[in-house]
Design a protein around this ligand. Structure first.
Ligand SMILES: Nc1nc2c(ncn2[C@@H]2O[C@H](COP(=O)(O)OP(=O)(O)O)[C@@H](O)[C@H]2O)c(=O)[nH]1
Ligand SMILES: [Mg+2]
Ligand SMILES: [Zn+2]
Length: 307
């Protein structure tokens, strides 16, 4: 028997609840933005489970200008990272895109980049590959080695957060979308966020003040609204995503240039390693797929098997 309202969105307004968007995590609390743009510090009821930055929630006001989250709305997608032991920590929900930042310095960690890419591909998120510190290229530093393996499928935007070069084009790629900014430490994520979000520091300050947690919050993922529409989530403390929900086939699919070959492997459970009749391996041998990318696929597959 079908219950009335089944499959319908929960109407929190009927309960006197208010709509909100989770913009940051603060220890055991959440910073919620209501539909007028006001920030409220909220607690969650334990049985609700964890809310993530980017979650749409229903909340109700309680004493001391604070609130209580009553319900988390269904998510379009969720990105996690490995936590303590076998747990998964929530990074961000309801994303459209991941922007992956690399730079000539520090030397790119392409295995990390591949993890970001796979995490995006398996969720069907758009990818925006950005090469920062373009101003260094005229100097001693050369084109980041290994980048050539990506340019065919992920044409990069060349920018300089320091000089402002290319920022208008980045703004266009982010407009109207919710984007998570990812990249290893030192590539310029904070510099780029500050350049794109004139009020970023003020907002972070306001959130810390509300929470009473002070500088603690500077390591928390925070959702900011872009002046051109859309949101940018910066997550200073996060430099790797979990692939816990990805299996071998998902991983191979996450390597975009493998897709055209996967269907031609002799066995449909081909792992694209030493398997007989593997079209992906043949494509590597023929120079259609980069050796380095395939080697990183192999490395990530081994990690998945160890999970
Ligand atoms: N030359 C140059 N240096 C930059 C640029 N963007 C950031 N940096 C520097 O790179 C370092 C790391 O930047 P930061 O934004 O903290 O990187 P994050 O760790 O990814 O947040 C800092 O010393 C920045 O001044 C850039 O476009 N050009
Ligand atoms: Mg930073
Ligand atoms: Zn194969």
């Amino acid at each position: 028997m079908k219950r009335s309202g089944e499959g319908q969105p929960l109407d929190g307004a009927a309960n006197g609840w208010r709509a909100g968007l989770v913009v940051s995590h603060l220890g055991h609390s959440l910073a919620i933005e209501d539909d007028t743009g006001q920030l409220i510090l909220c607690h969650t009821r334990r049985r609700l489970g964890h809310a993530s930055v980017g979650d749409q929630v229903w909340w109700e006001p309680c004493e001391g200008q604070q609130g209580r989250v009553m319900a988390i709305l269904p998510r379009r997608n969720l990105l996690t990272r490995p936590g303590h032991q076998d747990s998964q920590r929530l990074v961000a929900a309801n994303l459209d895109q991941i922007a992956i930042l690399v730079a000539p310095l520090p030397n790119p960690d392409w295995l990390l980049v591949d993890q970001f890419l796979v995490a995006a591909e398996v969720r069907q998120l758009s990818v925006c590959l950005i090469v920062n510190k373009a101003d260094m290229l005229a100097d001693v530093v050369q084109f980041p080695s290994g980048l050539e393996d990506y340019t065919g499928h992920y044409p990069p935007l060349w920018i300089s957060a320091a000089s402002g070069q290319g920022l208008a084009v980045v703004g266009e790629r982010l407009a109207g979308l919710r984007t998570l900014l990812a990249g290893q430490s030192g590539v310029g994520k904070s510099s780029l966020s500050n350049a794109l979000l004139p009020e970023r520091q003020i907002r972070v300050g306001e959130i810390s003040e509300r929470s009473g947690l002070g500088r603690h919050t500077t390591t928390a993922a925070t959702l900011h609204h872009l002046p051109s529409g859309g949101d940018l989530i910066d997550s200073p403390g996060v430099n790797v995503f979990g692939l816990a929900d990805v299996d071998g086939a998902g991983l191979a699919w996450g390597y975009r240039e493998f897709r055209g070959w996967i269907g031609q492997c002799r066995f449909n459970d081909c792992r694209h390693l030493a398997d007989k009749g593997c079209a992906v391996r043949d494509a590597v041998a023929a120079g259609h797929i980069s050796h380095a990318r395939h080697a990183r696929y192999q490395e990530l597959l081994q990690r998945l098997c160890r999970q």
